[in-house]
Design a protein around this ligand. Structure first.
Ligand code: NIG
Ligand code: FE
Length: 413
């Protein structure tokens, strides 16, 4: 046994602890893990003894950069079918909303998802989760929302939770039964909202996988009143609140998220100044999703400067889904966040770590490098961390650590 009781110690490494707006940089750092927790973080020069006396396993990192494992806090990676035909339609000029109104979009994925077995759904989602893992992602939020009936929504949550057996990542499933009004309820949408509130939310709670509830508040989906009913039911059942807000139009989503005490409002291309103020007042995080803005050719950007000025925590996520953001390349998302949305590399990387942990209600457990936090670590082969945002290419991930143990990124064979 070592003097310190540490199992592993990484040295000759630069740390981005993500504990302040400049990413809490510690050049020439060292970090130790004991069990699944971080035991010590600091400058290598301040280590209490020689590395070999402190830990059984000393890993010298050759001057690489180390961050917390990345957290993708908004994805829809469990789904059946594909939407490539729709991609062609959009290239020919049809809009996302027009395609959705004509029964395509989310509804076409709903049909394919209802018809897919759990094994088929798992195979597709695990492959996508593995692509995120190759980018250092160790926590993935996964939404339902392509079932839109009690059975398939619960099946999606089950498949989502099971992904943790296929990739070295923790999964945070979110109930998104309010993603679209299913065709069988087209003329009685109030009954669908009632079904969500009275049956699907309680069943999801009973099942125990979902940690949050979400709704798509938009004129092609749910009104603010309907979204409020769903969020209030979910929050009353102990789930965290999330909202797809003000993506295609100003629907009062930011203010609604604030008034129900949601953890986040996501998208926000059209959020109003009042929406931003309300979010700041209620400490609602913004989740920025540049992959969707890029894919849909959005003519507006989220008001990043006002969010920043108002002190709203900005998280960043892939929104990986078959239609509006078919992207599992974290480097592309980081790059779009900077170039399309005007985030600094520091904001983008904080958005994929500390801020994302807050969105998932996991900020006391992960998202920064601090003693007591989970030892989920990503080691990067770059001279400057901004390279993760600047260069679009293969993943520069050098090594991945989950719960204190070195793991191979990608599918667990
Ligand atoms: O976050 N905005 C709604 N939901 C997804 C799109 C899902 C889809 O098109 O299948 C989104 O962009
Ligand atoms: Fe989404």
């Amino acid at each position: 046994m070592s003097e310190s009781g540490w199992e592993r110690l990484w040295t000759d490494v630069h740390l981005a602890t993500m504990t302040d707006p400049s990413m809490g940089i510690v050049p020439g750092g060292a970090i130790a893990a004991s069990g699944d927790r971080i035991a010590w973080v600091g400058r290598a020069a301040d280590l209490p003894a020689e590395p070999e006396r402190l830990a059984g396993d000393v890993i010298r990192c050759g001057g690489a950069w180390l961050t917390p494992g990345l957290i993708d806090c908004h994805t829809h990676i469990v789904y059946g079918g594909d939407r490539t035909r729709e991609f062609r339609r959009r290239l020919r000029g049809e809009s996302y909303a027009d395609i959705a109104r004509a029964g395509g979009g989310i509804m076409s994925t709903v049909r394919a998802t209802r018809g897919a077995s759990n094994e088929e759904l798992t195979a597709g989602a695990a492959a996508r989760a593995a692509e995120l893992s190759a980018w250092g992602v160790t926590t993935i939020e996964v939404k339902s929302g392509y079932g839109l009936d009690p059975e398939t929504e619960l099946r999606m949550l089950e498949v989502a939770a099971g992904l943790a057996r296929h990739v070295p990542a923790d999964i945070s499933p979110t109930l998104l039964a309010a993603h679209a009004v299913p065709p069988e309820y087209a003329h009685r949408r109030r009954d669908y909202v009632r079904l969500i509130v009275d049956e699907i939310v309680p069943a999801a709670r009973e099942q125990g996988h979902a940690t949050a509830v979400d709704a798509f508040c938009e004129d092609i989906a749910f009104t603010p009143e309907e979204s409020r009913a769903v969020l209030e039911a979910g929050i009353a059942a102990g789930l965290g609140g999330r909202l797809h807000a003000d993506q295609l139009s100003d629907f009062g989503g930011g203010a609604l998220a604030a008034s129900v005490g949601a953890r986040s409002a996501d998208h926000l291309e059209h959020v109003s100044p009042e929406g931003v103020r309300a979010m700041a007042g209620a400490e609602v995080c913004a989740v920025l999703l540049p992959g969707a803005a890029y894919t849909l050719g959005a003519d507006r950007r989220p008001p990043v400067a006002s969010l920043r000025r108002a002190g709203v925590t900005m998280a960043l996520a892939s929104d990986a889904n078959p239609g509006s953001s078919p992207i599992t390349h974290v480097g592309v998302i980081l790059n779009l966040a900077c170039i399309l949305f005007g985030l600094s590399p520091e904001e983008a990387l904080l958005g994929f770590t500390a801020a994302a942990a807050r969105v998932l209600g996991l900020e006391r457990d992960r998202g920064t490098l601090e003693p007591g936090k989970r030892a989920d670590l990503a080691l990067w082969n770059v001279a400057d961390l901004a390279e993760l945002c600047c260069r679009v290419g293969a993943s520069p991930l050098k090594a991945l650590v989950k719960n204190g143990d070195p793991v191979r990124p990608g599918l667990i064979m």
